[in-house]
Structure formats: structure tokens, C-alpha cells
Design a protein around this ligand. Structure first.
Ligand code: NAP
Length: 529
């Protein structure tokens, strides 16, 4: 059942009188549920409960946290098809996508369960004492990762499940031992409430402390601001616009005690088309990219918004085929009228820029909230001189930049803002002669795809989903895969502690059997007493 209320820990609460509704973009009509915005008092209560919960939850064993995370996955599954129906009515996304995203969400929770149960993730490091060392005796030092404290997670508009209430950021923070307060995304707040109810049930079943999880509704920025400014909050996870992410990052930096904001924001994901590949298979590459640009109505952070090549017969054939193919794709629905409106406005702004030529735009009228895809082209020099063209147009939009030569191509790459991904389309061995281009691209992105498309983010430990600013606020971390736990921990050293008082991870006998670095050697053996 959808109550429209907030979860302040286990308590369902609706003290305020400000309400809002979500929107079905396919029907172009409001959804029936009335959501009540959290009040300042409810935000305060959630933060205080989270701090209380942190005292015990941060010390909860990996085995217990794993039970909690697996129970969340089971409870989300138990929500059945109703969750998918609500998801679809709040996003306009098709049933297949809803199923896929739920599967991914459950997989992420279970991956983290396995990861913290195994326990090696704490990076335990032990350097034993050398009392005989001259001239100064060496002390016993033992280090491991510990939970930062209560974390605020902002749900993403474009992933109502996998990057929202119990999505990657929440799973990572809970796995680390941090209580989580979700600022539910206003576009899919009913989906968020259903998932929140599953998390709360799982917390109760596995005896987690009250306040380990809260879910707050809001349709304006005040609740999020109050959360980020609250002294009890120790980190923030965010996925959304550069404007929103940067505002929260600046807010957190201005606090008396600044805290980290791990924001995943805009990216245009440059594609570099090398000459031999274009010469040999321009048409096939164009067909592949017509699909990638329009996938999910272009609403992926890895959408290919920028395609770079050196002028040639191959590039011309690529451009012509891309123009023909892209208009064959049937336009689809965007997530919300606001997202559709932002797409139209940003697209119009890009098209107004001097030197931008439209290659193709979907020619027919479309239903409300559906996006007409557009591909455009500019000269390399024009692109270099106009940074408006370097910014994300969130939706099915892409610019092909026609460079004069490889030197200009390298300059264009080196002038780009930070990106999540870059892609190189190359013929066999061609890349071997393009070291400068690869190096320039590596300098600007978090991941390079060789002969593929950037859309489709595998969830696994070797995935790097992050990149130099503004793709993310901290390129040292990933937002996808179990390593994303590192955002929500800090290293902590115990000096000269008695063995029995140390956490199990650092005890001589290694009762958890985890991999540790002991006096410079990696081992899962107990230490000689
Ligand atoms: P958004 O405007 O960045 O909002 C995301 C969340 O942050 C919302 O919950 C919003 O709260 C909150 N927020 C935004 N600005 C804030 C501020 N100054 N202070 C406190 N909270 C703030 O993103 P969105 O609504 O999800 O989508 C809008 C645009 O973001 C899209 O059109 C697209 O350009 C971009 N986007 C990019 C990606 C990507 O992966 N690259 C993904 C999603 C969205 P309220 O809504 O309650 O105000």
C-alpha cells in the first residue's frame, strides 16, 4: 500500500501539510498518490535516529549486515509486479526496463552482502611492534576501514530503483556500516516509498537498530539542503544534474565541519572514430550509434553525446548513415514533463549556436513528453571556441565534430570537461599508432571502451563508474560495483592495543580468516603469537 508518508526509522510519519503528486508521462496525467513532504522536525528526527543507530550499526558484523542486505533484496522481490507497475507509472519506462532495473538492484544488494560477509574489504593492515629496534622502539599499529557515519542519499530521476532508495549508493553505505537517510526523488516518490517499506521490514526482521534507514519525501530543495547541512550527517551520495550536485557540494563545503559529497553528474561520453575504422565500416558504426544515442530516450549518464572524427570520405559516410538511421527509431517517452522540457530547452540552445548544422531530426509530431532525437555536426574549430557545445543535453542528442586533422582531434579531446567514459572505434592495430589520442582521452575520462558503445554499465568490481569533474566530484571513487563502499569509510589505526580489545578483523588469531597485510605480506593465516 502507498501511504504517501515518510519513514522516520520504523515510524510512518506525515506531520506536514505540504503535499505533492507524481506524474505519469505516458498518460500525461498526475498519479493518484498524494505524498506528504517531510517537515524540518521530521528531518531532525531522522538525523538524530541515524546517529543513535550508527553507534551500534557501525559495529555490526559483516555476517549480520549481509543478512540485512539479502533481506532487503527478498523484501523488494516480494513487492512483486505492483512495484513494477508503480515504477512504470512514475517514469514512463517500459516493463522490460523495469524488470531489468529491479534485477540489477537485487544483484547489487546481494553483491554487497557477499562482499561484507567475506570481510576482506576492510583492508586490514598490521605492523607488529619491535621493542628492540634502535634507536626508537617500533610500536604495534593495526589499521582498517571503519564506517563514516550517517549518509544522505539523493535518489536519481533516471534510475528509480538501481540508483535510488535501495540502489547502489544506499547499498554501499549500508554495507559500510553507515545508516542511510534517503531524500526520495520527487518524480518517483511512490516507488521510493514501496522500496523504503521493504528496507524497513528487512531491518526489523534482522534486528537492525531503529534509524538505520529513513526515507523522506520532498518536491523542493529545502529538505535536501537541511539534510546536507545537518551536523549529524557525515557524507552524501547524489546522482543528477551538475547544477544540483554542485549546489550540494558547495553547501557541504561551507559547513562548519565540511563533509564529502559524492556526486555523479553530467557526461557527454566522447566517441573517437579512427580513420581506418571509418574507411572500412562507417555504415555499421553509424547504425550501432543510432541505437546507442536513442537507447532509453537518451536518458543514461553514459549516453554518447559527442562523436569525434577527422574529415574524410569515411566520416562523411558515417554522418550520412547516422542521419538516415536515427530517424528510423520511434521516439519514446521521457521520464517527466520537466525532463522533456529541459531536453527541448537545452537542445534549442545548442541548435542556436553559430555553426551548428542539424544532420537529422525526427520529422513527425510526437506524443506529449516524447523526445524527438536530433544529430548535429560542427567544425572542430567551432567546437573548440564554444564551450556551450561541451555541455550535456540530457536526451537523444549528439554532436559530430569534424576535425581538420589528428592534431585538432587531440586538442578537442584535451579541452573537454571530465567524463564518465570515452570510446575508441579502431581497426585492428590502428590504435597502436594513436598513442597521443589514447593518452589525451585517458586524461579526461574514467573508463575507455574499445570498439563498443558506452551505454550499458556492467555491475562488477572492475567497473569504474566515475571520472574527472564534472562527471563526478571525486574521480578517485566509483559509484558502481562493490568498490563504491570506499566512499563511505575512513581508515582508522589502533596503536598498541591489547589483542582482546581489537576488532576481530585485527586480532592476532584472525578469527574471520580475512586477507590482511601483516608486516608487508598478504595472508589470511593467524599470526604467530
Ligand atoms: P537534479 O535537478 O539535479 O535533482 C536531483 C535531486 O537533487 C532532486 O531530488 C532535487 O530535489 C535535488 N536538488 C537539486 N538541486 C538541489 C539543491 N540546490 N539543493 C538541494 N537539493 C537539490 O536532477 P533531476 O531532477 O534528477 O534531473 C534534472 C536534470 O538532471 C536532467 O534533465 C539531466 O540534465 C540531469 N541528470 C543527469 C543525469 C546523468 O546521469 N548525467 C542523471 C539524472 C539527471 P528536488 O527535485 O526535490 O528539487
Amino acid at each position: 500500500m502507498i501511504t504517501g508518508k515518510n519513514y522516520i526509522g520504523q515510524q510512518i510519519s506525515a506531520q506536514g501539510n505540504k503535499t505533492f503528486k507524481t506524474f505519469n508521462p505516458l498518460l500525461n496525467a498526475e498519479n493518484p498518490w498524494k505524498l506528504t513532504e517531510a517537515t524540518a522536525e521530521e528531518v531532525e528526527e531522522a538525523c538524530n535516529l541515524a546517529t543513535e543507530a550508527y553507534k551500534t550499526y557501525s559495529r555490526t558484523s559483516g555476517v549480520q549486515k549481509a543478512k540485512f542486505l539479502r533481506a532487503i533484496a527478498e523484501e523488494i522481490e516480494a513487492l512483486g509486479d505492483m512495484l513494477l507497475e508503480v515504477y512504470q507509472s512514475e517514469s514512463g519506462l517500459p516493463n522490460g526496463r523495469a524488470r531489468g532495473e529491479r534485477k540489477r538492484t537485487l544483484g547489487q544488494l546481494r553483491d554487497f552482502a557477499d562482499y561484507v560477509e567475506a570481510g576482506d574489504w576492510v583492508d586490514a593492515s598490521i605492523d607488529t611492534a619491535q621493542p628492540e629496534r634502535h634507536p626508537i622502539p617500533k610500536v604495534d599499529l593495526r589499521k582498517m576501514n571503519i564506517a563514516l557515519g550517517p549518509v544522505v542519499v539523493f535518489g536519481a530521476s533516471n534510475f528509480p530503483l538501481a540508483f535510488s532508495t535501495a540502489g547502489g549508493d544506499t547499498a554501499a553505505a549500508l554495507a559500510a556500516g553507515c545508516p542511510v537517510i534517503v531524500k526520495s526523488h520527487p518524480m518517483h516518490a511512490a516507488t521510493g516509498e514501496m522500496v523504503a517499506s521493504a528496507v524497513i521490514k528487512a531491518a526489523q526482521q534482522t534486528s537492525m537498530p531503529n534509524g538505520v534507514f529513513s526515507n523522506l519525501n520532498s518536491s523542493g530543495i529545502e529538505v535536501g539542503q537541511q539534510l546536507v547541512l545537518h551536523p549529524n550527517i557525515k557524507a552524501v551520495g547524489f546522482t543528477g544534474s551538475i547544477k544540483g550536485g554542485r549546489a550540494l557540494y558547495d553547501l557541504a563545503a561551507q559547513r562548519k565541519e565540511p563533509i564529502p559529497v559524492f556526486a555523479e553528474m553530467g557526461s557527454i561520453n566522447p566517441i573517437v572514430l579512427l580513420p581506418n575504422a571509418l574507411h572500412n565500416r562507417a555504415e555499421n558504426i553509424a547504425k550501432t550509434y543510432a541505437n546507442s544515442i536513442t537507447l532509453g530516450t537518451g536518458q543514461f549518464c553514459t549516453n554518447p553525446g559527442l562523436i569525434l572524427g577527422v574529415k574524410s570520405d569515411g566520416l562523411t559516410r558515417f554522418i550520412n548513415t547516422l542521419a538516415q538511421e536515427i530517424i528510423k527509431v520511434e521516439p519514446t517517452c521521457m521520464l517527466h514533463p520537466n525532463i522533456a522540457g529541459a531536453y527541448e530547452a537545452k537542445k534549442a540552445n545548442a541548435l542556436e549556436q553559430q555553426g551548428v548544422k542539424v544532420l537529422a531530426t525526427y520529422p513527425e509530431e510526437v506524443k506529449p513528453n516524447h523526445a524527438r532525437q536530433v544529430v548535429t555536426t560542427v567544425e572542430g574549430e567551432t567546437f573548440l571556441n564554444n564551450t556551450t557545445l561541451h555541455h550535456e543535453v540530457f536526451g537523444p542528442f549528439s554532436i559530430v565534430v569534424q576535425c581538420e586533422d589528428e592534431t585538432q582531434l587531440e586538442t578537442v579531446i584535451s579541452k573537454l570537461e571530465g567524463q564518465l567514459t570515452g570510446t575508441i572505434i579502431s581497426d585492428e592495430n590502428e590504435i597502436n599508432t594513436k598513442y597521443n589520442i589514447v593518452a589525451a582521452l585517458q586524461n579526461r575520462v574514467g573508463r575507455i571502451i574499445f570498439n563498443g558503445v558506452p551505454t550499458g554499465v556492467e555491475v562488477c568490481p572492475s567497473m569504474q563508474h566515475g571520472g574527472p569533474y564534472p562527471a563526478t566530484t571525486d574521480s578517485r571513487f566509483t559509484a558502481v560495483g562493490v568498490n563504491s563502499i570506499k566512499r563511505f569509510v575512513r581508515p582508522f589505526s589502533f596503536q598498541s592495543w591489547p589483542n582482546e580489545l581489537l576488532p576481530d578483523e585485527l586480532k592476532n588469531e584472525n578469527p574471520l580468516g580475512i586477507l590482511r597485510t601483516v608486516n608487508g605480506k598478504t595472508t589470511n593465516e593467524p599470526m604467530n603469537q
